[in-house]
Design a binder for this molecule. Structure first.
Ligand code: HEM
Length: 366
């Protein structure tokens, strides 16, 4: 499909699908022509940085990334390891482990909740909100979409109330957490206002949880599919980082992004009109034979590996160091505990039904 139809118009969803690496790359690197600003805002990501263009995007990202540096993420390592140990200790060791439920879902949720400074007793609520904002429609019907919209609107109100309370508390009594850092962060004398902080907190829920869950499950799935890989990683533990990069390329947790043309523009031989919606398929770009030799083969030590699983350009994923660290720690601890990871008997793959994310609903391993 990518070779014969590198670009196609989807008449149902009324958008241009872009499949080749080079085209996706060119779209993502040119925010002046391919904007991230949505013409219609949904209730969830009304005005967070993911839906902004330069120069406002750079300014806002500058403020939040100060509270989100690779160094501060690196310091979370020991805590991520102890959460992983605790979660795995709680799993009954006889029989199969439901990896999605037991580890891959709760780990990122707990990490983000702790990062933000959410009290432990509120974590369940936090997970429900997190699910509600990323949940897709059961079908494409109008009623279904409307129901989803109303549900998200309700969640949005609950989240606003919840975070505004926490922000007010941190303004009075600072703590060692991300909300306090966001309250205090300043660039050129400018701070974030309360609603901007709320938007960013919600973005972390939406962008950071399911994606990381899928990176962890896709990694363990690959190990269970290919026992030789487990032996390679056992002999050469340093390969874990390139293994994770290859999982990101091969089973990209995020499949597609969206942009809007700010003017009439040509991609390849295709004319795209101002205002039209463009879907850069990073999942497809990451398998493009013109960019990756043997693109459909999983090569644990592939180098270089310029995949775009975390996007590219000005919106490159702010949480990439955190996602990589969580996956690395989870895999290290899991493979110390289970030396020969296999799928449980009668386990059946059920891919998540979504055009945007790639993962499995359940992963039963022994
Ligand atoms: C942006 C993927 C984990 C926070 C993005 C984008 C992608 C992505 C593709 C670019 C969106 C665009 O260009 O429109 C992923 C994947 C993850 C992951 C595959 C896990 C494997 C996380 C985590 C966090 C996070 C753990 C935070 C806790 C963000 C934020 C942005 C973003 C804040 C917006 C950056 C901006 O607009 O400047 N992510 N993400 N992500 N991600 Fe991630």
């Amino acid at each position: 499909c990518r070779e014969s139809t590198p670009i196609r118009y989807d008449t149902q969803r009324e958008c241009w699908d872009i499949f080749r690496y080079e085209d996706v790359y060119n779209v993502l690197k040119d925010p002046a022509t391919f904007s991230s600003v949505r013409p219609i805002k949904g209730p969830v990501l009304l005005g967070s940085i993911i839906g902004m263009d330069p120069p406002k995007h750079m300014q806002m990202r500058g403020i939040v990334s100060k509270a989100f540096t690779p160094k501060s993420i690196e310091e979370l390592g020991p805590r991520i390891a102890s959460i992983t140990e605790e979660l795995l200790n709680a799993v009954v060791n006889e029989g199969a482990t439901n990896l999605v439920h037991d580890l891959a879902v709760p780990l990122p949720v707990i990490v983000i909740a702790e990062l933000l400074g959410i009290p432990a007793q509120d974590r369940r609520l936090f997970k429900e909100w997190s699910d509600s904002i990323v949940k897709g429609p059961d079908s494409g019907s109008k009623e279904d979409m409307h129901r989803l919209y109303l549900e998200r609107e309700k969640t949005r109100h609950e989240l606003d109330d919840y975070f505004l309370k926490i922000i007010a508390e941190r303004r009075n009594r600072p703590e060692d957490d991300l909300v306090t850092k966001l309250v205090e962060a300043e660039v050129n004398g400018e701070c974030l206002n309360d609603m901007e902080i709320v938007e960013f907190c919600i973005l972390l829920l939406a962008a950071g949880n399911e994606t990381t869950t899928n990176l962890i499950t896709n990694s363990v799935r690959k190990l269970a599919e290919d026992p030789a890989l487990q032996a390679i990683l056992y002999d050469q533990p340093a390969l874990i980082e390139s293994f994770i990069e290859e999982v990101l390329r091969y089973y990209s947790p995020v499949l597609s992004l969206s942009r809007y043309a700010t003017k009439d523009v040509q991609i390849g031989n295709t004319e795209i009109r101002k205002g039209e919606l463009i879907i850069p398929w990073i999942g497809s770009a990451n398998r493009d034979e013109e960019k990756f030799a043997d693109a459909d083969r999983f090569i644990a030590d592939r180098s270089p590996n310029p995949h775009m699983a975390f996007g590219f350009g000005n919106h490159f994923c702010l949480g990439a160091p955190l996602a990589r660290l969580e996956a690395k720690i989870a895999l290290r601890i899991l493979s110390n505990r289970i030396t020969n990871i296999r799928f449980a008997d009668h386990f059946e793959f059920k891919p998540i039904r979504s055009p945007f994310v790639y993962g499995v609903e359940e992963l039963s391993i022994v």
